[in-house]
Design a binder for this molecule. Structure first.
Ligand SMILES: C[S@@+](CC[C@H](N)C(=O)[O-])C[C@H]1O[C@@H](n2cnc3c(N)ncnc32)[C@H](O)[C@@H]1O
Length: 259
């Protein structure tokens, strides 16, 4: 579904600037939680090591989109995948280079909008992202179609994203403050401006939008998760908190494949 608000191009340019400018701060705040070479799917704390939702990667040609500092891609490299990490924000890729040096796990880094990937058709066996790209574009169907283009037949597409129900509540980790402040249907995007230019944008996508866009791009939906809070996780991330997590879902994770 198309929404009123920034165009895809404006949103992507805003993301490139925003995530570059805030990358160091983001890693300072969340880097330890994410791990340098781990695939952590969501603020609830679920890791690929504990759920094996991405599935086997050894020997596979793998692409991470919206990779940020490439923690997930480094996890894939540790597990024998031939992986490339891509992100639209140069500043995030700069953080990836710093972590690569520290860990001595280096993966190829490509600066690219996931809506227009610089790869040939049928290049990858697996594409994945943990909270990259999808909440930040008005047209996620375009991302799914682009992922379908670069995946070979039978390839897997696995992504985590903001749960469609999360959007309706205030951005507040205290469950006592849970009340509906935004409509679920036809919600306008959250947009910030600087000097009249879009500086940050996030878009609401309903469950039907998400599933419809995946299927519409030609994928077969295999499984989905609404992760519970992992016991012992004390990292509060925006509105995601141990106290709030039992009441409302925060994350949606989907696994699909191309026929
Ligand atoms: C919340 S971060 C997630 C990054 C990483 N997976 C993590 O867990 O830290 C979102 C990432 O999506 C990237 N992003 C946003 N829009 C994008 C687009 N159109 N194409 C590629 N990357 C994009 C941002 O630059 C940012 O690095």
């Amino acid at each position: 579904m198309e929404v009123n608000g920034p165009t895809g191009e404006d949103a992507v340019m805003a993301s490139a600037r925003w995530w570059s400018a805030t990358a160091a701060e983001y890693i300072a705040e969340h880097g330890d939680f994410l791990g340098d070479a781990d695939l952590r799917w969501c603020p609830e704390g679920l890791t690929e090591d504990s759920c094996a939702f991405l599935g086997p990667v050894a020997g596979a040609r793998v692409l991470e989109v919206g990779a940020g500092a490439g923690q997930g891609a480094r996890w894939v490299a540790r597990h024998g995948g031939d992986v490339v990490a891509s992100d639209v924000a140069e500043g995030m890729l700069r953080q990836a280079r710093i972590i690569a040096e520290r860990t001595a796990i280096s993966v190829p880094l490509i600066c690219a909008d996931a809506r227009a990937l610089p790869f040939a058709d049928d290049s990858f066996d697996i594409v994945f992202t943990a909270f990259g790209v999808l909440p930040f574009v008005p047209d996620p169907g375009r991302v799914h179609r682009e992922v379908a283009r670069v995946l070979r037949a039978g390839g897997r597409w696995v992504f985590s994203t903001t749960h469609p129900m999360r959007w309706v509540f205030a951005d507040d980790p205290d469950p006592d403050h849970l009340r509906v402040v935004r409509p679920y249907f036809d919600a306008p995007p959250y947009v910030e401006h600087q000097d009249g230019v879009v500086s940050y944008a996030e878009f609401q996508h309903t469950m039907a939008d998400v599933v419809g866009a995946v299927i519409g791009a030609g994928f077969v939906l295999d499984d989905l998760l609404e992760p519970r809070w992992v016991p012992g996780n004390s990292h509060t991330w925006g509105a995601w908190s141990a106290a709030r997590a039992p009441f409302v879902p925060g994350t949606l994770i989907i696994r699909a494949h191309l026929p």
